[in-house]
Design a protein around this ligand. Structure first.
Ligand code: SF4
Ligand code: SF4
Length: 68
């Protein structure tokens, strides 16, 4: 099973990763704020992740890493 790691302090809340996930499981975590003042992105249901890494590829801030 794939594992998606988010480096939350790098996230600038641009939401690009939420737009490319084919499973629609990447969401902004509105319960958290990073030091830059943004709600960081995260995965809602890791079991649904296919490991395609689209989210990691599109992130301009290298805040996402996918382990397969
Ligand atoms: S690796 Fe693919 S399926 Fe998994 S969260 Fe990222 S975009 Fe979605
Ligand atoms: S693409 Fe990167 S910087 Fe933008 S919301 Fe997603 S994790 Fe944060």
């Amino acid at each position: 099973m794939a594992k998606v790691i988010f480096y939350e302090e790098r996230c600038k809340g641009c939401r690009l990763c939420t737009t490319v996930c084919p499973k629609k499981i990447v969401e902004m975590d509105t319960d958290k704020l990073n030091l830059k003042g943004f709600h960081p992105a995260g995965v809602r249901d890791m079991d649904m992740c296919t490991g395609c890494a689209f989210c990691a590829t599109i992130c301009p801030d290298c805040a996402i890493e996918v382990e397969r």
